[in-house]
Write a protein that binds this ligand. Structure first.
Ligand code: DX5
Ligand code: ZN
Length: 246
């Protein structure tokens, strides 16, 4: 299985001290920073956009290897994922993780302001993200079946294959929600089929839930409130890592 990657979600950091929170978290042992982008359409909440990412990037050294320390893992909870690829690349995003649900054209009905140009299918999205020089991730919400991914993951064209799959373990939109163990069979099935795939879990992860997620086969662990709410964030990061490496 691929190595453990701990990715604190800065959604739970102090936004007034965001740059410092980012560099502190890396110093405390985090591998990646999980950056939650919400547009108020795809999810019922708004966070921040590319200008903020540009600023916080200056507080964290760029990764020197493909999945190295300091990777900016941008979780795009937005209705028009294609529209923002270039802006986020320029801002310093390393891994652009879009939602399957937003990329498929049927969601155009849910988001009337989306133009056909800004919508695209998942394979085209992945190719486009790669062409822009970033790693590509694809995320699924709790209501989406994991089966929709087989066709995407079995694609013989490497440029159209994702570097990571994100299985949401809460309904996206807010930090601090309860972990949904019901999503773990998706992780287990992905791991069984793809031993080398980076599988990320996001939502409700912490010392109390990490063992189940690790047993299912997740190797990229997002944790927001568990890390930023802790007296000693470094200790939580180590605990999460140990559980995955066990
Ligand atoms: C939720 C976000 C998560 C969130 C996780 O929509 O995608 O990344 O920050 O927060 P916790 O770890 O507190 O559940
Ligand atoms: Zn997230």
């Amino acid at each position: 299985a691929p190595p453990a990657i701990i990715a604190p979600s800065i959604l739970s950091a102090d936004f007034a001290e965001l740059g410092k929170a980012c560099s502190d978290t890396i110093a405390q042992g985090a591998d990646w920073l999980h950056v939650d982008i919400m547009d108020g359409h795809f999810v019922p909440n708004i966070t921040f956009g590319a200008p903020v990412v540009t600023k916080i990037r200056t507080h964290v050294q760029r990764p020197t290897t493909k999945h190295g320390r300091g990777t900016f893992d941008c979780h795009m909870m937005i209705a028009e994922p294609k529209k923002w690829v270039k802006d986020f690349q320029k801002a310093g995003c390393d891994l652009y993780c879009f939602h399957y649900e937003a990329a498929i054209s049927s969601t155009a009905a849910e988001s009337p302001e989306a133009t056909s140009e800004s919508k695209t299918n998942p394979k085209e999205m992945i190719r486009y993200i790669h062409d822009c020089g970033m790693l590509a991730g694809i995320a699924i919400k709790p209501d989406t079946k994991v089966d929709v991914l087989w066709d995407i993951l079995d694609n013989p064209h490497l440029a159209e294959r994702p570097d990571m799959v994100l299985v949401m373990t809460v309904h996206p939109g807010f930090g601090g929600q309860k972990f949904m163990a019901s999503e773990l069979p998706k992780v287990a099935e992905l791991r069984k089929r793809y031993p080398d795939l980076n599988i990320e879990v996001d939502g409700g992860l912490g010392p109390g839930t990490i063992d189940q997620a690790a047993d299912a086969g997740a190797n990229v662990i997002v944790a927001g409130s568990a890390v930023f709410g802790a007296k000693n964030p470094g200790e939580i990061i180590s605990k999460l890592r140990e559980a995955v490496e066990r």
